[in-house]
Design a protein around this ligand. Sequence first.
Ligand code: SAH
Length: 388
Amino acid sequence: MSTDLPTPSTRKPVPGQLTFTAPRRGKPPVHLADLDEAGRKQAVEALGHKGFRAKQLSTHYFEHLVTDPEQMTDLPKGGRDELVSAMLPQLLTPVRSLEADNGRTIKQVFRLFDGALVESVIMRYPGRVTMCISSQAGCGMNCPFCATGQEGLTRNLTIAEIVEQVVAGARYLRSGQLAGGNSEDREAPLRVSNVVFMGMGEALANYRQAVNAIRRLTEAPPSGLGMSARGLTMSTVGLVPAIDKLAAEGIPVTLALSLHAPDDELRNELVPINTRWSVDEALDAAYRYYQTTGRRVSIEYALIKDINDHAWRADLLGEKLNARGKGWVHVNPIPLNPTPGSKWTASRKGVEQQFVERLRAHGIPTTVRDTRGSDIDGACGQLAASTA
Ligand code: SAH
């Protein structure tokens, strides 16, 4: 890796501090994935080429996952290199990848043009492949149990920087290096079936880029990757106006609300945005999201020993969810992945089980989320720019 890149100068946040505006930094070069079809055509024409080259380039990128001009024999030899380097600049430089779960989980670390680092994780399950991607370098939401939250916000990712993570994952799948799967999987080409915005960053604080990235992921090829919106999950601390805006976009992605506590007193500490939008306001927005989209909402709940794992909190959560309706929500408790130096640890298994049973007794579908990749710091909340 070259070391002459500037080091990101993120300031670490003080407890409770929220950061919405990223420090001003240069922008990465514009990439085909940043643009819609009309924009791509315009960009290609501005480079002195015929407009239909945009579609050819899109096909190479989104269908063939190719960026090597040598392989684009349908483009004119003269000017091909310039066209490709202008439209498909390399935005993510792989720094390293780490393997866990017998090769079924891969964490990839990338360096961006300005030296900022982002991580994404590929997880193979029988019948599906889920990618966990980043929407910001760092995060401004400052949740004290989350590794990324402790880093502060370096900057927003562009549309193409978000999309590129999925394309890189798709390329990795195509290379056949990912272990796992079942016999049925081996018959069909391996594809990224699910994408969760649960890597670094608060995607709804980078709203325009995140939503346009979703469009690129879901648009039919060659305009986009052609994924099903139902396979995508947007995870948020609960930025209420942005949740409402997302509901109105008409893209049926799943919403995950990182609740972690059913009462304001504790949630103010665990998820500082709660001082702006309370538990009830966040749950109301989540319910409205369900009403508008018909998509069942997920409630994320990291179980922290003796902090938020009490039976009464399970009851309060169950009551608050039921007060809004039936069948609109399910809860995903997850054992806390303690970050280095954390004063908190995961709940005991018995306590976790009791928490789950309590919620189920209220009629709330509840499934403990698995912690893939925790040994490579690739599990939820462990992604941090610590590779440099
Ligand atoms: N900003 C988004 C995405 C963050 S990561 C959000 O807050 O939802 C995705 C999930 O991992 C969130 O639910 C987050 O609260 C959770 N998480 C963060 N740190 C964690 C940790 N140390 N252990 C378990 N879950 C964690």
